[in-house]
Design a protein around this ligand. Structure first.
Ligand SMILES: Cc1cc2nc3c(=O)[nH]c(=O)nc-3n(C[C@H](O)[C@H](O)[C@H](O)COP(=O)(O)OP(=O)(O)OC[C@H]3O[C@@H](n4cnc5c(N)ncnc54)[C@H](O)[C@@H]3O)c2cc1C
Length: 462
């Protein structure tokens, strides 16, 4: 038993937005409690993560500044920060993702500098957790061979890395294939006139097009996906705000099909009244977690198969400036979206490049194209078992936690506490962010994560 005035040690694993904000909130909320936070990050920068660690300054946020505060109780916190750096910024500004990373870094630094809570930054990867029942604590083991003890552990590991499209690539057999374009530097050293093929037409593909353009790439860029649909753009300013989705929010025992039908019908009706469908989607967002929780498991599977791709395309939108550039590249002939299934990638013996076999939508025959490099832009994997995280593997192997039935995330209780096989909730190991996807579905945007971080900190300190 620990004496009640002893120091509480909280280990936060992952220094992206979620982990950073748990550390910040612990420091803000600890009051007179003695608490120390160890924030682990395996990458080379804290307070960035995948999204805000981009090296391309032309990558913009896909949410306007007025909605990007990291602090739920101070809605204009980011906008105020941005205005100090750019007096012309306003609530509708789409700031750069690098700027947002700077904001988070400053927030972490200033909080650590003024709070009595010590925030220790450890640039190390946590690879294993061992429960110490007699001590009432957890031992963390790191890739650099260190062992640390903590009273609570927060898993803020972020998104699973992208998964290779089914059966397409045998790992290690395809030089020039970039499985994860977020951290591969795959555009480095590419001949500016080489064609660039992207598998996927979502947000990652848009990022690659913008980065290639920023690097002065002149060659063609081909993006492949079954339906060939790019993300939609945000409205410059909503003309009319759609309020009250009582019909959707109040649906009892919804099914994937009934949800789709209801959203479609409301969008049609709203458009007939002169509104924009985006307002309807935005109106569903606040109740999306409740709707997901109301779906039985077979319906969740149906949702993933039939509805999720459409939901993602309408829900994850891009800044108007980014869309303008994408459309200009399409109209200028540099960027082409190809509706096709990518069937195989193999070494082209003649050129030592990659031969991509595709079946264009509606065609009865396959086509082949040869590229020097190929980029997998299919986005984060929806199966947490697919990644190679030694820590997740250790957690599952040791029976400290388990994937949910759909493997979208870990099995967690309402508080975010891991549920071990057998059903025991472990209040010492808590998860945040994309790891909660099985429980919440919508758990990646700042508006959700900032609330989770504050709630988790309160719970740990209580
Ligand atoms: C390209 C992109 C753009 C986005 N833009 C927006 C936007 O404009 N607005 C918005 O609201 N949301 C946006 N999002 C959503 C975004 O996911 C969240 O905003 C947020 O960044 C997720 O943060 P996270 O900390 O949970 O995960 P991550 O950012 O993935 O961070 C997890 C961190 O944990 C570290 N880590 C993992 N395992 C270990 C380990 N074992 N030991 C130590 N460290 C470890 C990783 O290195 C990583 O830095 C965007 C997402 C992406 C991918």
């Amino acid at each position: 038993m620990k004496p009640c005035d002893s120091e509480q040690v909280v280990a936060v694993i992952g220094g992206g937005f979620s982990g950073t904000m748990v550390a910040v909130q612990l420091a803000r909320l600890a009051g007179t409690r003695r608490c120390r936070v160890i924030l682990f990050e395996k990458g080379n920068r804290f307070a960035r993560g995948v999204a805000y660690g981009t090296t391309c300054e032309q990558h913009l946020l896909n949410v306007p500044a007025g909605h990007m505060s990291a602090l739920p109780d101070e809605p204009s916190h980011f906008l105020d920060w941005l205005r100090r750096h750019d007096p012309d910024a306003h609530a509708g500004t789409f700031a750069s993702r690098q700027q947002y990373g700077n904001y988070l870094e400053e927030l972490l630094g200033s909080t650590a500098g003024t709070s009595p809570v010590e925030i220790e930054l450890s640039n190390d990867e946590v690879v294993d957790l061992v429960e110490e029942p007699s001590e009432g604590s957890i031992t963390l083991k790191t890739a650099r061979g260190n062992s640390r003890r903590a009273d609570h552990v927060v898993l803020a590991l972020g998104h699973a890395p992208p998964q290779d499209p089914a059966g397409l690539v045998r790992p290690g057999h395809l030089p020039g294939y970039f499985a994860n374009p977020w951290n591969s530097g795959g555009l480095e050293g590419l001949d500016p006139s080489d064609p660039i093929p992207l598998i996927g037409t979502g947000l990652t593909a848009v990022d690659l097009v913008i980065e290639a353009e920023a690097r002065g790439h002149r060659g063609p860029i081909h993006a492949y996906s079954r339906h060939g649909i790019l993300p939609h753009r945000h409205q410059a300013a909503p003309s009319r705000v759609h309020s009250g989705h009582t019909d959707i929010a109040g649906m009892h025992t919804p099914t994937a099909r009934s949800l789709l039908k209801q959203v479609r019908s409301e969008a049609r009706q709203w458009q007939a009244e002169g509104g924009d469908w985006r307002s309807v989607i935005d109106g569903v967002r606040p109740v999306a977690q409740t709707l997901w929780r109301g779906l039985a498991e077979p319906e969740r599977r149906r949702f993933l198969r039939h509805v999720a791709p459409r939901w993602d395309v309408h829900r994850h939108r891009i800044a108007p400036q980014i869309d303008d550039r994408i459309q200009a590249a399409r109209e200028g002939g540099q960027f082409e979206v190809v509706a096709a299934r990518v069937l195989a990638l193999e070494v082209d013996e003649a050129t030592r490049g990659i031969r991509m076999r595709i079946r264009p939508r509606g065609a009865s025959e396959d086509e082949s194209r040869v590229y020097r490099r190929v980029f997998n832009c299919t986005g984060p994997s929806r199966d947490i078992r697919a990644g190679s995280s030694p820590l997740l593997k250790a957690i599952i192997r040791r029976g400290l936690g388990q994937p949910g039935p759909l493997a979208l995330g870990l099995d967690v209780g309402d508080s975010g506490a891991l549920i071990a096989p057998g059903g025991r909730e472990n209040a010492r190991i808590l998860a945040i962010g994309p790891l909660l996807k099985e429980k919440l579905w919508e758990t990646t945007a700042i508006r959700e994560l900032r609330v989770q971080a504050a709630d988790l900190a309160r719970q740990i300190l209580s």
